[in-house]
Design a protein around this ligand. Structure first.
Ligand SMILES: Nc1ncnc2c1ncn2[C@@H]1O[C@H](COP(=O)(O)OP(=O)(O)O)[C@@H](O)[C@H]1O
Ligand SMILES: O=C(OP(=O)(O)O)[C@H](O)COP(=O)(O)O
Length: 427
Protein backbone atom coordinates (compact mmCIF):
# COMPACT_ATOMS: atom_id res chain seq x y z
CA UNK A 1 0.00 0.00 0.00
CA UNK A 2 1.48 3.30 -1.06
CA UNK A 3 0.70 6.05 1.38
CA UNK A 4 0.74 9.59 0.11
CA UNK A 5 1.11 12.33 2.62
CA UNK A 6 -2.12 14.12 1.99
CA UNK A 7 -2.42 15.74 5.37
CA UNK A 8 -2.58 19.43 6.10
CA UNK A 9 -2.41 21.43 9.25
CA UNK A 10 -5.88 22.66 8.42
CA UNK A 11 -7.92 25.01 10.53
CA UNK A 12 -9.77 22.01 11.94
CA UNK A 13 -6.71 20.78 13.76
CA UNK A 14 -3.19 19.72 13.21
CA UNK A 15 -3.24 15.98 12.82
CA UNK A 16 -1.87 14.37 9.67
CA UNK A 17 -4.16 12.24 7.60
CA UNK A 18 -3.36 10.09 4.62
CA UNK A 19 -4.60 9.26 1.19
CA UNK A 20 -3.99 5.59 0.61
CA UNK A 21 -3.31 4.36 -2.89
CA UNK A 22 -2.89 0.60 -3.12
CA UNK A 23 -0.18 -0.84 -5.34
CA UNK A 24 -2.03 -1.65 -8.55
CA UNK A 25 -1.02 -3.86 -11.47
CA UNK A 26 -0.68 -2.02 -14.78
CA UNK A 27 -0.35 -3.18 -18.37
CA UNK A 28 3.40 -3.47 -17.78
CA UNK A 29 2.74 -6.19 -15.17
CA UNK A 30 0.60 -8.41 -17.42
CA UNK A 31 1.53 -9.36 -20.94
CA UNK A 32 -1.51 -8.47 -23.06
CA UNK A 33 0.25 -8.89 -26.39
CA UNK A 34 -2.07 -10.74 -28.78
CA UNK A 35 -4.36 -11.77 -25.90
CA UNK A 36 -8.14 -11.47 -25.70
CA UNK A 37 -8.59 -8.44 -23.48
CA UNK A 38 -11.78 -6.97 -22.01
CA UNK A 39 -11.30 -3.29 -21.26
CA UNK A 40 -13.95 -1.52 -19.17
CA UNK A 41 -13.98 2.13 -20.20
CA UNK A 42 -16.23 5.05 -19.23
CA UNK A 43 -17.57 6.82 -22.32
CA UNK A 44 -20.75 7.87 -20.53
CA UNK A 45 -21.39 11.29 -22.09
CA UNK A 46 -24.06 14.02 -21.98
CA UNK A 47 -26.90 13.29 -24.43
CA UNK A 48 -29.48 15.76 -25.76
CA UNK A 49 -32.83 14.59 -24.31
CA UNK A 50 -34.73 15.63 -27.47
CA UNK A 51 -32.42 14.51 -30.28
CA UNK A 52 -30.35 11.80 -28.48
CA UNK A 53 -27.24 13.44 -30.00
CA UNK A 54 -24.00 13.35 -28.04
CA UNK A 55 -23.47 16.87 -26.66
CA UNK A 56 -19.87 16.62 -25.46
CA UNK A 57 -17.52 13.84 -26.61
CA UNK A 58 -14.52 14.74 -24.46
CA UNK A 59 -14.50 11.38 -22.64
CA UNK A 60 -14.64 9.52 -25.98
CA UNK A 61 -11.74 11.57 -27.41
CA UNK A 62 -9.62 11.00 -24.31
CA UNK A 63 -10.20 7.25 -24.35
CA UNK A 64 -9.57 7.10 -28.12
CA UNK A 65 -6.01 8.36 -27.82
CA UNK A 66 -5.17 5.74 -25.17
CA UNK A 67 -6.91 2.92 -27.07
CA UNK A 68 -5.00 3.78 -30.24
CA UNK A 69 -1.62 3.65 -28.51
CA UNK A 70 -2.51 0.45 -26.66
CA UNK A 71 -3.52 -1.37 -29.84
CA UNK A 72 -0.48 -0.15 -31.79
CA UNK A 73 1.87 -1.26 -29.02
CA UNK A 74 0.38 -4.60 -27.91
CA UNK A 75 -2.07 -5.67 -30.67
CA UNK A 76 -4.56 -7.35 -28.30
CA UNK A 77 -7.92 -8.66 -29.51
CA UNK A 78 -9.69 -5.87 -27.69
CA UNK A 79 -13.26 -5.96 -26.35
CA UNK A 80 -14.39 -2.53 -25.13
CA UNK A 81 -17.43 -1.95 -22.93
CA UNK A 82 -19.02 0.98 -21.09
CA UNK A 83 -22.30 2.12 -19.64
CA UNK A 84 -24.25 5.15 -20.90
CA UNK A 85 -26.72 6.81 -18.54
CA UNK A 86 -29.00 4.92 -16.22
CA UNK A 87 -32.09 2.82 -17.16
CA UNK A 88 -35.15 5.05 -17.23
CA UNK A 89 -33.22 8.26 -17.94
CA UNK A 90 -33.23 10.08 -21.29
CA UNK A 91 -29.48 9.61 -21.67
CA UNK A 92 -29.79 5.80 -21.45
CA UNK A 93 -28.94 4.88 -25.05
CA UNK A 94 -27.18 2.24 -27.14
CA UNK A 95 -23.46 2.60 -27.88
CA UNK A 96 -23.76 2.85 -31.67
CA UNK A 97 -22.82 6.53 -31.91
CA UNK A 98 -20.05 6.03 -29.38
CA UNK A 99 -18.50 3.37 -31.64
CA UNK A 100 -18.63 5.73 -34.63
CA UNK A 101 -16.84 8.46 -32.69
CA UNK A 102 -14.29 6.03 -31.23
CA UNK A 103 -13.54 4.82 -34.78
CA UNK A 104 -13.23 8.42 -36.00
CA UNK A 105 -10.85 9.50 -33.22
CA UNK A 106 -8.70 6.34 -33.21
CA UNK A 107 -8.62 6.00 -37.00
CA UNK A 108 -9.30 2.29 -36.41
CA UNK A 109 -12.52 0.53 -37.36
CA UNK A 110 -14.23 -0.27 -34.05
CA UNK A 111 -17.11 -2.64 -34.59
CA UNK A 112 -20.29 -2.01 -32.56
CA UNK A 113 -22.09 -5.15 -31.35
CA UNK A 114 -25.73 -4.51 -30.28
CA UNK A 115 -25.42 -7.15 -27.58
CA UNK A 116 -23.56 -7.66 -24.27
CA UNK A 117 -23.53 -11.34 -23.28
CA UNK A 118 -25.94 -12.95 -25.76
CA UNK A 119 -24.88 -15.54 -28.38
CA UNK A 120 -23.99 -12.82 -30.92
CA UNK A 121 -21.63 -11.03 -28.53
CA UNK A 122 -19.96 -14.24 -27.35
CA UNK A 123 -19.45 -15.44 -30.94
CA UNK A 124 -17.99 -12.07 -32.04
CA UNK A 125 -15.64 -12.06 -29.05
CA UNK A 126 -14.58 -15.65 -29.78
CA UNK A 127 -13.78 -14.77 -33.40
CA UNK A 128 -11.95 -11.52 -32.61
CA UNK A 129 -8.35 -11.44 -33.94
CA UNK A 130 -5.32 -9.63 -32.48
CA UNK A 131 -5.35 -5.97 -33.55
CA UNK A 132 -9.16 -5.95 -33.93
CA UNK A 133 -11.47 -3.97 -31.63
CA UNK A 134 -15.15 -4.24 -30.87
CA UNK A 135 -17.46 -2.23 -28.63
CA UNK A 136 -20.24 -4.06 -26.80
CA UNK A 137 -23.62 -2.45 -26.15
CA UNK A 138 -24.54 -0.47 -23.02
CA UNK A 139 -23.56 -2.66 -20.06
CA UNK A 140 -26.52 -1.36 -18.07
CA UNK A 141 -28.91 -3.11 -20.47
CA UNK A 142 -28.27 -5.98 -18.05
CA UNK A 143 -30.02 -5.53 -14.72
CA UNK A 144 -27.08 -7.21 -12.96
CA UNK A 145 -24.87 -4.25 -13.91
CA UNK A 146 -27.12 -1.78 -12.09
CA UNK A 147 -27.03 -3.56 -8.72
CA UNK A 148 -24.28 -2.75 -6.26
CA UNK A 149 -22.76 -5.68 -4.33
CA UNK A 150 -19.35 -6.79 -3.02
CA UNK A 151 -16.81 -8.20 -5.52
CA UNK A 152 -17.33 -11.81 -4.42
CA UNK A 153 -21.06 -11.56 -5.22
CA UNK A 154 -20.50 -9.72 -8.50
CA UNK A 155 -18.06 -12.42 -9.62
CA UNK A 156 -20.98 -14.88 -9.44
CA UNK A 157 -23.25 -12.90 -11.78
CA UNK A 158 -24.19 -14.44 -15.13
CA UNK A 159 -22.64 -11.43 -16.82
CA UNK A 160 -19.23 -11.85 -15.18
CA UNK A 161 -19.18 -15.63 -15.67
CA UNK A 162 -20.18 -15.50 -19.34
CA UNK A 163 -17.72 -12.79 -20.24
CA UNK A 164 -14.94 -14.54 -18.36
CA UNK A 165 -15.55 -17.66 -20.47
CA UNK A 166 -14.43 -15.84 -23.64
CA UNK A 167 -11.70 -13.45 -22.44
CA UNK A 168 -8.26 -13.88 -20.84
CA UNK A 169 -7.42 -10.53 -19.29
CA UNK A 170 -9.43 -7.73 -17.68
CA UNK A 171 -8.32 -4.09 -17.86
CA UNK A 172 -10.10 -1.36 -15.93
CA UNK A 173 -9.71 2.01 -17.65
CA UNK A 174 -12.97 3.42 -16.26
CA UNK A 175 -11.65 5.71 -13.54
CA UNK A 176 -14.88 7.75 -13.56
CA UNK A 177 -16.85 4.63 -12.53
CA UNK A 178 -14.35 3.42 -9.92
CA UNK A 179 -16.77 4.32 -7.10
CA UNK A 180 -19.33 1.75 -8.34
CA UNK A 181 -19.38 -1.83 -7.09
CA UNK A 182 -20.86 -3.34 -10.23
CA UNK A 183 -20.01 -6.62 -12.04
CA UNK A 184 -17.96 -5.00 -14.84
CA UNK A 185 -15.96 -3.05 -12.25
CA UNK A 186 -15.49 -5.45 -9.33
CA UNK A 187 -16.74 -8.90 -10.49
CA UNK A 188 -14.54 -9.59 -13.52
CA UNK A 189 -11.21 -8.87 -11.76
CA UNK A 190 -11.91 -11.80 -9.41
CA UNK A 191 -12.11 -14.19 -12.37
CA UNK A 192 -8.90 -13.48 -14.31
CA UNK A 193 -5.59 -11.59 -14.26
CA UNK A 194 -6.44 -7.89 -14.19
CA UNK A 195 -4.89 -4.46 -14.17
CA UNK A 196 -5.62 -0.78 -14.55
CA UNK A 197 -5.46 0.73 -18.01
CA UNK A 198 -3.40 3.70 -19.23
CA UNK A 199 -6.02 6.40 -18.62
CA UNK A 200 -6.73 5.10 -15.11
CA UNK A 201 -2.99 5.16 -14.48
CA UNK A 202 -2.75 8.77 -15.67
CA UNK A 203 -5.55 9.77 -13.30
CA UNK A 204 -3.79 8.15 -10.33
CA UNK A 205 -0.49 9.78 -11.32
CA UNK A 206 -2.22 13.19 -11.41
CA UNK A 207 -3.58 12.66 -7.91
CA UNK A 208 -0.12 11.64 -6.69
CA UNK A 209 1.44 14.71 -8.29
CA UNK A 210 -1.09 17.07 -6.76
CA UNK A 211 -1.26 15.56 -3.29
CA UNK A 212 2.24 14.12 -3.03
CA UNK A 213 3.64 17.61 -2.47
CA UNK A 214 1.84 17.92 0.90
CA UNK A 215 1.55 21.65 0.24
CA UNK A 216 -1.13 23.98 1.54
CA UNK A 217 -3.40 25.93 1.46
CA UNK A 218 -5.65 23.37 -0.16
CA UNK A 219 -8.78 24.90 -1.56
CA UNK A 220 -11.84 23.03 -2.78
CA UNK A 221 -14.19 24.94 -5.07
CA UNK A 222 -17.40 22.92 -5.06
CA UNK A 223 -20.55 23.73 -7.00
CA UNK A 224 -22.99 22.38 -9.56
CA UNK A 225 -26.12 20.47 -8.69
CA UNK A 226 -25.05 17.11 -7.19
CA UNK A 227 -25.49 18.43 -3.68
CA UNK A 228 -26.03 15.16 -1.84
CA UNK A 229 -22.78 13.65 -3.14
CA UNK A 230 -20.88 16.84 -2.37
CA UNK A 231 -22.06 16.82 1.25
CA UNK A 232 -20.62 13.31 1.60
CA UNK A 233 -17.35 14.58 0.13
CA UNK A 234 -17.28 17.54 2.55
CA UNK A 235 -17.95 15.25 5.51
CA UNK A 236 -15.01 13.08 4.43
CA UNK A 237 -12.78 16.13 3.90
CA UNK A 238 -13.57 17.29 7.44
CA UNK A 239 -13.05 13.89 9.01
CA UNK A 240 -9.66 13.52 7.36
CA UNK A 241 -8.71 17.22 7.68
CA UNK A 242 -7.92 17.54 4.00
CA UNK A 243 -9.22 21.00 3.13
CA UNK A 244 -8.16 24.43 4.34
CA UNK A 245 -11.09 26.12 2.67
CA UNK A 246 -14.17 24.94 0.82
CA UNK A 247 -15.56 27.66 -1.46
CA UNK A 248 -19.16 26.83 -2.36
CA UNK A 249 -20.96 27.87 -5.53
CA UNK A 250 -24.00 26.63 -7.49
CA UNK A 251 -26.83 24.93 -5.65
CA UNK A 252 -24.44 23.72 -2.95
CA UNK A 253 -23.89 27.37 -1.98
CA UNK A 254 -27.64 27.93 -1.70
CA UNK A 255 -27.92 24.98 0.67
CA UNK A 256 -25.15 26.27 2.94
CA UNK A 257 -26.63 29.79 2.89
CA UNK A 258 -29.90 28.32 4.17
CA UNK A 259 -27.96 26.34 6.77
CA UNK A 260 -26.38 29.62 7.93
CA UNK A 261 -29.85 31.09 8.40
CA UNK A 262 -29.72 33.37 5.34
CA UNK A 263 -33.00 34.16 3.59
CA UNK A 264 -32.40 33.20 -0.07
CA UNK A 265 -35.95 34.01 -1.15
CA UNK A 266 -38.97 31.82 -1.80
CA UNK A 267 -38.11 31.00 -5.43
CA UNK A 268 -34.68 29.62 -4.55
CA UNK A 269 -36.06 27.71 -1.56
CA UNK A 270 -38.60 26.16 -3.90
CA UNK A 271 -35.84 25.02 -6.29
CA UNK A 272 -33.97 23.35 -3.43
CA UNK A 273 -37.20 21.69 -2.35
CA UNK A 274 -37.97 20.45 -5.87
CA UNK A 275 -34.48 18.97 -6.14
CA UNK A 276 -35.06 17.10 -2.87
CA UNK A 277 -32.20 18.97 -1.28
CA UNK A 278 -33.94 20.91 1.52
CA UNK A 279 -33.92 17.83 3.74
CA UNK A 280 -30.12 18.11 3.74
CA UNK A 281 -30.13 21.45 5.60
CA UNK A 282 -29.68 19.85 9.05
CA UNK A 283 -26.66 17.91 7.74
CA UNK A 284 -25.17 21.10 6.28
CA UNK A 285 -25.83 22.90 9.59
CA UNK A 286 -24.06 20.13 11.50
CA UNK A 287 -21.07 20.44 9.17
CA UNK A 288 -20.91 24.19 9.88
CA UNK A 289 -21.35 23.73 13.63
CA UNK A 290 -18.39 21.38 13.68
CA UNK A 291 -16.25 24.21 12.31
CA UNK A 292 -15.84 23.14 8.71
CA UNK A 293 -14.12 25.85 6.64
CA UNK A 294 -17.11 26.25 4.32
CA UNK A 295 -17.35 29.66 2.65
CA UNK A 296 -20.53 30.93 0.98
CA UNK A 297 -21.08 33.71 -1.59
CA UNK A 298 -21.57 37.31 -0.42
CA UNK A 299 -23.60 38.11 -3.51
CA UNK A 300 -25.43 36.29 -6.28
CA UNK A 301 -26.52 36.93 -9.84
CA UNK A 302 -30.28 36.57 -10.11
CA UNK A 303 -32.84 36.59 -12.86
CA UNK A 304 -35.87 38.80 -12.18
CA UNK A 305 -38.57 39.06 -14.84
CA UNK A 306 -36.05 38.20 -17.55
CA UNK A 307 -33.45 40.75 -16.30
CA UNK A 308 -30.10 39.86 -14.74
CA UNK A 309 -29.14 41.63 -11.49
CA UNK A 310 -26.34 41.41 -8.96
CA UNK A 311 -27.80 41.16 -5.48
CA UNK A 312 -26.34 40.95 -1.98
CA UNK A 313 -27.07 38.09 0.36
CA UNK A 314 -29.98 39.04 2.58
CA UNK A 315 -31.69 40.98 -0.22
CA UNK A 316 -32.15 38.12 -2.69
CA UNK A 317 -35.19 38.38 -4.94
CA UNK A 318 -35.53 36.33 -8.12
CA UNK A 319 -33.88 33.08 -9.19
CA UNK A 320 -30.19 32.90 -8.28
CA UNK A 321 -28.24 31.46 -11.22
CA UNK A 322 -24.62 32.42 -10.65
CA UNK A 323 -22.28 33.77 -8.00
CA UNK A 324 -22.04 37.59 -7.84
CA UNK A 325 -19.27 40.07 -8.75
CA UNK A 326 -17.84 40.44 -5.23
CA UNK A 327 -17.85 36.73 -4.60
CA UNK A 328 -15.88 36.18 -7.80
CA UNK A 329 -13.28 38.71 -6.54
CA UNK A 330 -13.01 37.20 -3.05
CA UNK A 331 -12.92 33.59 -4.26
CA UNK A 332 -10.46 34.61 -7.00
CA UNK A 333 -8.04 36.10 -4.44
CA UNK A 334 -8.20 32.97 -2.29
CA UNK A 335 -7.65 30.76 -5.34
CA UNK A 336 -4.63 32.76 -6.51
CA UNK A 337 -2.98 32.18 -3.09
CA UNK A 338 -3.70 28.45 -3.02
CA UNK A 339 -1.05 25.76 -3.46
CA UNK A 340 -3.54 23.01 -4.26
CA UNK A 341 -6.95 23.47 -5.87
CA UNK A 342 -9.67 20.93 -6.47
CA UNK A 343 -12.61 22.23 -8.47
CA UNK A 344 -15.85 20.36 -9.10
CA UNK A 345 -19.12 21.59 -10.61
CA UNK A 346 -19.88 24.92 -12.35
CA UNK A 347 -20.64 28.06 -10.31
CA UNK A 348 -23.84 28.81 -12.19
CA UNK A 349 -26.38 27.75 -14.79
CA UNK A 350 -23.82 27.58 -17.58
CA UNK A 351 -26.41 26.39 -20.11
CA UNK A 352 -27.53 30.07 -20.18
CA UNK A 353 -24.79 32.36 -21.51
CA UNK A 354 -25.74 35.13 -19.09
CA UNK A 355 -24.74 32.93 -16.14
CA UNK A 356 -21.41 31.55 -17.31
CA UNK A 357 -19.29 34.42 -16.10
CA UNK A 358 -18.81 33.23 -12.51
CA UNK A 359 -17.45 29.86 -13.64
CA UNK A 360 -15.25 31.39 -16.36
CA UNK A 361 -13.73 33.95 -13.99
CA UNK A 362 -13.08 31.37 -11.28
CA UNK A 363 -11.33 29.30 -13.96
CA UNK A 364 -9.30 32.42 -14.95
CA UNK A 365 -8.13 32.64 -11.33
CA UNK A 366 -7.16 28.95 -11.50
CA UNK A 367 -5.12 29.51 -14.71
CA UNK A 368 -3.26 32.44 -13.15
CA UNK A 369 -2.50 30.74 -9.81
CA UNK A 370 0.63 28.64 -9.29
CA UNK A 371 -1.29 25.87 -7.57
CA UNK A 372 -1.48 22.27 -8.65
CA UNK A 373 -5.07 21.86 -9.76
CA UNK A 374 -7.51 19.05 -10.37
CA UNK A 375 -10.63 19.91 -12.37
CA UNK A 376 -13.39 17.31 -12.06
CA UNK A 377 -16.70 16.67 -13.75
CA UNK A 378 -18.19 16.93 -17.23
CA UNK A 379 -19.95 20.32 -17.04
CA UNK A 380 -16.89 22.04 -15.62
CA UNK A 381 -14.51 20.36 -18.06
CA UNK A 382 -16.64 21.67 -20.92
CA UNK A 383 -15.92 25.25 -19.70
CA UNK A 384 -12.15 24.84 -19.63
CA UNK A 385 -10.11 26.89 -22.10
CA UNK A 386 -7.64 24.27 -23.32
CA UNK A 387 -5.18 26.90 -24.58
CA UNK A 388 -4.73 28.13 -20.99
CA UNK A 389 -3.93 24.74 -19.47
CA UNK A 390 -0.47 23.97 -18.20
CA UNK A 391 1.13 20.82 -16.83
CA UNK A 392 0.13 21.81 -13.30
CA UNK A 393 -3.58 21.61 -14.19
CA UNK A 394 -5.16 18.20 -14.67
CA UNK A 395 -8.64 17.92 -16.16
CA UNK A 396 -9.87 14.58 -14.83
CA UNK A 397 -12.32 12.28 -16.59
CA UNK A 398 -13.69 11.49 -13.12
CA UNK A 399 -16.29 13.46 -11.21
CA UNK A 400 -17.60 11.85 -8.04
CA UNK A 401 -15.09 9.00 -8.28
CA UNK A 402 -12.22 11.49 -8.06
CA UNK A 403 -13.80 13.53 -5.29
CA UNK A 404 -14.64 10.49 -3.16
CA UNK A 405 -11.13 9.13 -3.70
CA UNK A 406 -9.53 12.45 -2.72
CA UNK A 407 -11.69 12.70 0.35
CA UNK A 408 -10.43 9.37 1.66
CA UNK A 409 -13.02 6.78 0.56
CA UNK A 410 -11.88 3.37 -0.58
CA UNK A 411 -12.89 2.94 -4.22
CA UNK A 412 -14.45 -0.50 -4.94
CA UNK A 413 -12.56 -0.74 -8.26
CA UNK A 414 -9.20 -0.44 -6.51
CA UNK A 415 -10.18 -2.93 -3.81
CA UNK A 416 -11.18 -5.50 -6.48
CA UNK A 417 -7.93 -5.01 -8.42
CA UNK A 418 -5.95 -5.47 -5.23
CA UNK A 419 -7.79 -8.74 -4.55
CA UNK A 420 -7.21 -9.83 -8.14
CA UNK A 421 -3.48 -9.14 -7.88
CA UNK A 422 -3.30 -11.39 -4.81
CA UNK A 423 -5.27 -14.15 -6.53
CA UNK A 424 -3.67 -14.17 -9.98
CA UNK A 425 -0.33 -12.37 -9.72
CA UNK A 426 0.73 -13.61 -6.29
CA UNK A 427 1.22 -10.05 -4.94
N1 LIG B 1 -27.43 28.28 -9.19
C1 LIG B 1 -27.77 27.18 -9.86
N2 LIG B 1 -29.08 26.85 -9.97
C2 LIG B 1 -29.46 25.75 -10.66
N3 LIG B 1 -28.60 24.91 -11.27
C3 LIG B 1 -27.30 25.20 -11.18
C4 LIG B 1 -26.81 26.33 -10.49
N4 LIG B 1 -25.47 26.35 -10.59
C5 LIG B 1 -25.12 25.27 -11.34
N5 LIG B 1 -26.22 24.57 -11.68
C6 LIG B 1 -26.31 23.39 -12.56
O1 LIG B 1 -25.39 22.40 -12.20
C7 LIG B 1 -25.29 21.51 -13.31
C8 LIG B 1 -23.91 20.88 -13.38
O2 LIG B 1 -23.61 20.30 -12.16
P1 LIG B 1 -23.13 18.78 -12.01
O3 LIG B 1 -24.07 17.89 -12.77
O4 LIG B 1 -22.96 18.54 -10.55
O5 LIG B 1 -21.73 18.82 -12.73
P2 LIG B 1 -20.91 17.69 -13.52
O6 LIG B 1 -21.48 17.50 -14.87
O7 LIG B 1 -19.57 18.30 -13.62
O8 LIG B 1 -20.97 16.42 -12.71
C9 LIG B 1 -25.57 22.34 -14.54
O9 LIG B 1 -26.64 21.76 -15.25
C10 LIG B 1 -25.94 23.70 -13.99
O10 LIG B 1 -27.02 24.33 -14.65
O1 LIG C 1 -20.41 10.24 -15.24
C1 LIG C 1 -20.09 9.55 -14.26
O2 LIG C 1 -19.92 10.06 -13.02
P1 LIG C 1 -19.81 11.67 -12.65
O3 LIG C 1 -21.17 12.30 -12.90
O4 LIG C 1 -19.45 11.66 -11.20
O5 LIG C 1 -18.72 12.26 -13.51
C2 LIG C 1 -19.77 8.09 -14.40
O6 LIG C 1 -19.96 7.64 -15.72
C3 LIG C 1 -20.58 7.24 -13.43
O7 LIG C 1 -21.93 7.25 -13.79
P2 LIG C 1 -23.05 6.84 -12.72
O8 LIG C 1 -23.08 7.93 -11.68
O9 LIG C 1 -24.34 6.73 -13.49
O10 LIG C 1 -22.62 5.51 -12.12
Amino acid sequence: MEVINAGVDGINGGTMSHLEIPRLPTIRDIDITGRKVFMRIDINVPIDPDTSEILDDRRIRTHASFIKRLVEEYRPALVLASHQGRPGDSDFTSMEKHAELLSKYTGINIRYIPDVIGPRALEEINNLKPGEILLLDNLRLLSEEVLEAPPERQALTIMARRLSSVINIYVNDAFATAHRSQPSIVGLPLLMPSCIGPLFEREIEAVKKVFGSGESPRIYVLGGSKVRELLRVIENLMRNKLADRILTTGLLAHLFLVAKGVNIGTENMKILEEKGVLSLVPRARYILLRGAPVETPVDLKVEVNGDVRNTYIGEVRGVAKDIGENTVQIYGDLIRDARIIVMRGPAGVIEDERFRDGTLRILDAVYSSNAFTLIAGGHLASMVNESKLSNRIHVSTGGNALLLFLSGEELPALKALELSAKMFLGW
